[in-house]
Design a protein around this ligand. Structure first.
Ligand code: MG
Length: 284
């Protein structure tokens, strides 16, 4: 009575389902193509010809906007592995020869001792959550990369500066290349914003580290990812890494299993920086 041929509504539903199916298939193909492209870019970044000038990997713009942080929190939760509680360096060793760490500990704070080099955790980690507090000394001198330079290596892969570095630097009114300022993945990714407090105040890093995964033959299966919150402000959001940090040239991956967490004793001549309240939670 409605002028509709019996069964036509069924046909329409069928046609609609076909359209929906092909739309979903197209979306899946597009998503797969995008994923492959992103993967190809990561691979391309690892394989391209090596530059020889450190300036070739400096990025200066856009400059992350300044955000004034709110409060600080971060006492260790009940299941945390406490790496430094202000008393001693029992959880740490020298990176170069694995002898006991010899940075100074005073008034609940550890301070970099450049003469003794980088230090790293005795424990090894794969995937983890980390809390760490750091302070640039009041009255810091120097400029650019020579002003409170240190670093948090999320996975140490050698006795020197090998590994994956989140930069530590005085980025309070101190211009440098943005992929080398505080909270950058050094020479790879600038922070989303500049969440620095002024020198003399404590800064916090809360980090979620997803280690890279390698096949048995050493080929990269999935890249490393890092999320970083500085002073309760998101500064790296599940950022994929192109490989290990390098000063000159393009990052590349080298297979590793579990690794120590390392703190950098950088050679910059400005007064040394301090750390306190460091803890981790394994996420494997
Ligand atoms: Mg550094």
């Amino acid at each position: 009575m409605h002028g509709v041929v019996p069964g036509s509504s069924m046909k329409m539903k069928y046609r609609f389902a076909r359209v929906l199916d092909s739309w979903m298939a197209a979306t899946l193909v597009a998503a797969f193509a995008f994923h492959s492209l992103a993967h190809a870019q990561v691979l391309a970044a690892s394989n391209a010809t090596e530059p020889t000038d450190p300036k070739a990997t400096e990025q200066w713009e856009p400059v992350p906007k300044l955000v004034t942080p709110g409060g600080t929190a971060g006492p260790p939760p009940s299941d945390a592995i406490v790496l430094f509680d202000g008393r001693n360096l029992d959880q740490w060793e020298s990176s170069k020869d694995r002898s006991p760490a010899r940075w100074s500990v005073r008034d609940g704070v550890m301070t970099v001792d450049r003469s003794t080099g980088n230090i790293q955790t005795k424990q090894l980690f794969r995937n983890y959550q980390l809390h760490l507090e750091w302070r640039i000394p009041e009255g810091i001198t120097g400029e650019g990369q020579a002003r409170g330079n240190s670093g948090l290596f999320l996975a140490s892969t050698g006795p020197g500066d090998e590994g994956y570095e989140i930069q530590i630097l005085d980025s309070w009114k101190n211009e440098t290349y943005v992929n080398g300022q505080a909270a950058s993945i050094y020479k790879q990714a600038a922070p989303l914003v500049n969440a620095m407090r002024p020198p003399g105040q404590w800064q916090t890093y809360d980090v979620i580290w997803t280690a890279p995964v390698f096949a048995n033959d050493g080929v990269l299966k999935t890249p490393a990812y890092v999320t970083v919150v500085q002073n309760a402000v998101l500064v790296q959001n599940h950022t994929a890494l192109a490989g290990e940090t390098v000063y000159i040239g393009k990052p590349k991956y080298k297979p590793f299993a579990a690794a120590a967490i390392k703190l950098q004793a950088h050679g910059d001549p400005s007064p040394p920086i301090s750390f306190r309240n460091i803890w981790a939670r394994k996420l494997d």
